[in-house]
Design a protein around this ligand. Structure first.
Ligand code: F6P
Length: 536
């Protein structure tokens, strides 16, 4: 399971000759074709100042960070949704000035183009369908006897929100394609845009379309919680693409099973990881995402991050455990604290000597389940601190740091003995990769076997089953008592893995497969035009 034998691209050991060939293919591809990326969240979010000008702040999350990194040197177009008032105003200001393309930040070569749904349509698409429904489904987050209920409101949000906003993306992409001399390379991102591939394909039968899904893909049985019509539209939307990409081979395989179960008339080739449907051949691959190691290091050692190092030590202790997450139910924060509680009960000799720092970023606060989860996190922190706090020394076991500051996150990651990444299930868990890269104390990684990152990092981490509170408590003890030499060995291997498989590798593997596809299409087109000539 730990080998990515399902990846469509050559293994690291492939010959230098083949790598040079691939490099040439990629360079040719990029010099001939425009790249168009589409994702819900854009690279920046805008805020309008009092004087009418705009300030831009980098968008949060792994998708934005990874795609921004790989697009930095490219003349690409990035199509994103205007997510808030600032973005909408920026889009309007651009339209009034007669510009369709916005330069997101000074120095970026790529340009941004906004899709601007009405607030109601956006709310339905993002806060009713994408996050509470699709995200929950794909992370197995429901207590199924009670949720979900697909009601008339859900259907209205599906049609008037998800389908409508996906159509707006498709239309915007079609307009951007019209301005290109040759069919561009269209890279669709993630679960908010499942229908876009099929919609673009209807308008442009020769489009080159790839969709990368950053989150897990559950088994067909679990998809049955959505009505047939919705799950079929989702699969068929994705099958509008030429390539569908996932984080892990397991999720790619799950997608094949799901298509077989719910898409009438498709035929699946499990060995070649491909679907034939509607007269087209769609390949399904895995490309594990990673981080921009240079950029992470730059930020970790920037002045801003160093400024945090002045106040972070007040949270450190003889032993320091760290976790960094969005306040997100799939991250399993509450169970991580239960495990810590268990550990302290079992090993009272660690009282006063260990601090658990949780850097938590509130997220998707318009969705009830996220607000409730943040309350659950605060409540358990309060309970554990009240149970163990030492009034004489002032020691308290858990330090919850709320808010969003990437330099602060990286500053904290330099200093931990144990990093806890115990997600219930996770597309990748890029935080585990960032932490492994920049930690300076030979810290031990506790990693959930449900995180995509386990495929690359599992061998040198302590791998836990996400619901196993007892096992996670034991892993904490093992990590905190691990001999230095063993910590050093594991931490060196983790760093090496992250360095050799960084975000450029993720992008390169996708481009190799796209280049193969383009060459194949060109050859087919030549053969097709040659046939009538021969017949005459
Ligand atoms: O793929 C998951 C992802 O897109 C991550 O990049 C990020 O952590 C999260 O979802 C962001 O979600 P949102 O844009 O809704 O805040």
């Amino acid at each position: 399971m730990l080998n990515d034998n399902n990846r469509g691209t050559p293994p690291a050991s492939s010959s230098t000759e083949a790598q040079t060939d691939h490099q040439e293919m990629i360079e040719r591809l990029l010099s001939e074709r425009q790249i168009i990326v589409a994702s819900n969240r854009g690279p920046v979010t805008f805020r309008q100042r009092g004087d009418g000008t705009f300030s831009a702040r980098q968008g949060s999350g792994g998708l934005v960070t990874a795609v921004s990194a790989v697009l930095q040197g490219q003349q690409a177009i990035w199509i994103a949704a205007a997510m808030n008032t600032g973005d909408r105003r920026r889009a309007r200001a651009a339209a009034e000035a007669g510009d369709t393309l916005i330069t997101p930040e000074s120095g970026s070569k790529f340009k941004l183009r906004y899709v601007v749904p009405s607030e109601k349509a956006y709310y339905r698409y993002y806060n009713v369908i994408s996050n509470p429904l699709l995200w929950f489904l794909q992370h197995y987050l429901w207590d199924t006897p009670r949720a979900p209920d697909i009601t008339r409101e859900t259907w209205e949000a599906w049609t008037g929100g998800y389908v409508a906003v996906n159509q707006m993306f498709a239309d915007e992409i079609a307009v951007a394609c019209d301005a290109c001399d040759q069919e561009p390379i269209i890279l669709l991102q993630d679960y908010q845009l499942y229908l876009v591939g099929g919609m673009v394909r209807k308008q442009r039968p020769n489009a080159i379309l790839q969709h990368f899904i950053h989150i897990p893909w559950p088994d067909p049985d679990y998809w049955r919680l959505l009505p047939m019509e919705m799950r079929r539209q989702i699969c068929e939307g994705l099958l509008g693409c030429d390539i569908v990409g996932f984080q892990t081979p397991d999720h790619a395989r799950s997608f094949l099973y799901t298509c077989e179960a719910y898409v009438p008339g498709c035929s699946i080739d499990y060995a070649d990881r491909a679907v034939d449907w509607n007269g087209r051949h769609i390949i399904v691959r895995s490309y594990p995402i990673s981080i921009d190691t240079d950029a992470v290091r730059r930020t970790a050692y920037s002045q801003e991050a160093r400024a945090y190092e002045r106040y972070l030590p007040q949270h450190w202790n003889e032993y320091t455990i760290l976790r960094v997450d969005r306040a997100e139910p799939s991250k399993n924060i509450v169970r991580g604290f239960h495990a810590f509680d268990q550990f302290l009960e079992d090993h009272p000799d660690f009282l006063n000597r260990v601090n658990f720092i949780a850097v938590t970023q509130p997220s998707r606060m318009d969705v009830e389940e996220y607000r409730d989860y943040l309350d659950d996190v605060s409540a358990i922190v309060g309970r554990i601190n009240a149970k163990y706090a030492n009034v004489e020394t002032g020691w308290q076991p858990i330090h919850l740091i709320m808010g969003e500051s990437y330099p602060r996150v990286l500053a904290a990651m330099k200093w931990y003995d144990v990093m806890m990444a115990n997600s219930i299930i996770d597309g990748m868990h890029l935080g585990a990769k960032e932490a492994a890269l920049i930690n300076e104390r030979n810290g031990v990684l506790i990693l959930s076997e449900g995180a995509g990152a386990v495929q690359q990092l599992g061998e040198w981490a302590l791998v836990v089953a996400p619901a196993d509170v007892e096992g996670t408590a034991r892993a904490l003890y093992e990590a905190l008592t691990m001999p230095q030499r063993e910590r050093q060995r594991r931490s060196a291997m983790l760093k090496q893995m992250v360095e050799q498989d960084d975000v450029t590798v993720w992008f390169r593997h996708q481009l190799v497969d796209i280049a193969d596809l383009v060459v194949g299409n060109d050859t087919d087109a030549k053969e097709q035009t040659a046939v009538p000539a021969k017949a005459q």
